[in-house]
Design a protein around this ligand. Sequence first.
Ligand code: GDP
Ligand code: MG
Length: 597
Amino acid sequence: TDLAHIRNFSIVAHIDHGKSTLADRLIQFTGGLTTREMKDQVLDNMEIERERGITIKAQTVRLEYKAKNGETYTLNLMDTPGHVDFAYEVSRCLAACEGALLVVDASQGVEAQTLANVYQAIDMNLEIVPVLNKVDLPAAEPDRVKQQIEDVIGIDASDAIAISAKTGLNIEAVLEGVVTRLPAPKGKIGAPLKALLIDSWYDAYLGVVVLVRVIDGELNKGQKIRMMASGAAYQVERVGYFTPKQVLTDNLGPGEVGFITAQIKEVADTHIGDTITDDKKPADEALPGFKPAQQVVFCGLFPVDAAQFEDLRSALSRLHLNDASFTYEMETSAALGFGFRCGFLGLLHLEIIEERLEREFNLELIATAPSVIYRIHMTDGEVIELHNPADMPEVTKIEKIEEPWIRATVMVPDDYLGAVLKLCQDRRGEQIELTYAGNRAMVIYRLPLNEVVFDFYDRLKSVSRGYASFDYHLEGYHEGDLVKMSILVNEEPVDALSMIVNRQRAESRGRGMCEKLKDLIPRHLFKIPIQAAIGGKVIARETISALRKDVTAKCYGGDITRKRKLLDKQKEGKKKMRQFGKVDIPQEAFIAALKMD
Ligand code: GDP
Ligand code: MG
């Protein structure tokens, strides 16, 4: 195809504003699939993605569109994930495009991730076409939202296209907008090959599949290529594209998006953002690369049943084949035995991986408290990056500890603003900005990431009845008054429950943990002290009283149901208990104890 007849674009939107529904409509309209083949939301193809209604892995499809001017265009639609944890996937998709459709739900208006995603697109100099979706809803206010796009984002929205992805209203206008308002790609066919490595994944039949955008030159079947950053050379086996069905072809030219396979062993051998060139006639310089995906949240994952350790290892390595953005390495815990310390892009990413391990691999897991990366400056000048509170050096050797801070944007209706401000304030936040757009407030806060990783999303959703939206990026490291808090059960420290906390907040956190554990650990035949301590100093304490044999033997009254429940629970959770010293700690205790109220 000649360049003038190609358009490469993404759809950027806040979660639930209709990106996937619109993508499906575009595929349907251009005939990429027959109605029979058209399953709901073809682009969200992982089970968890469908269930949670989120897109995790970026997908791309090629559409053929016969425009009103009589010409046929090749449109490459790159689907981007909407969630903040996957911002790096958004940026690599955008880098392969000339333009973007900005989809805003006309009944909701601009949300935090609308802003985050559209700013990325603007930063990359993409042409933006605003689209107002869900105009079929009685609550839709397209004119107000148009104005809001102009006020908040600062782009011209006078030609915004009002559509309903659900009913199919105005889908053709969107395709016309893509053809007439987005620029064609530029590129030289005679120049040495330069292609951007957008994504890669493992396919059971094809092996490692590499998604590419050709900038200059041609990518041919049989060609010997070289990855400029990694230096590795491969022979191209297959060249193709998705419609979303997989179609094989002989080559991809400038401006085209498609995939190749080349006997690459592992996804980890491919680097997102790398430049693919011809081995014999290489390009002079590589394309500007991407920042690699950064793991910001770490936690330990342990099998409930120690015998499942090898299963966990192989499950992690299988998942890693397709998602190289999480890391794992072996870890041992006195409390939990053998497991893995894993790094994730964010909390949602952590939850997704944990859920997939449990669901797809039938594993029962205990996850320890999520931790961020602390920078520990030692008195001898060494700087350590700490991912695991258990590895905290001796206090006397520490000069200072720095923790990561984020810059968070929250958009929330007026009515809930007070509750949101209080939440941010409670989490040691510093307010930077507070502005209004209509009846929605936009608040920008600086917050320590360690106050966000526990349950900030959940709290934010609950105090705003689900109306607040949230986005953040890492801002930098700042010194903090941080200490390691240990939890002792029956005088013995339980390493999996230790955490690094701000000193001022340690006591209330410690008290909260002890109270929770008191409720969660069943009574034993002896008294069990539960303590929170910093260094050798106990800052909170609870005691589980002993269960007297004679009392259990003939317990009656209100006590009996409670105890029966406890016993039943204990029975069903027999395997889920962890013996620690002489004390059995149920699996839920590890997770529940970490949630703050
Ligand atoms: P995404 O998260 O941006 O990919 O959003 P989805 O495409 O998954 O849509 C989120 C929800 O909004 C789904 O329940 C859709 O059925 C619904 N939806 C999408 N477009 C429209 C529309 O034009 N009108 C109405 N009423 N609902 C829509
Ligand atoms: Mg979606």
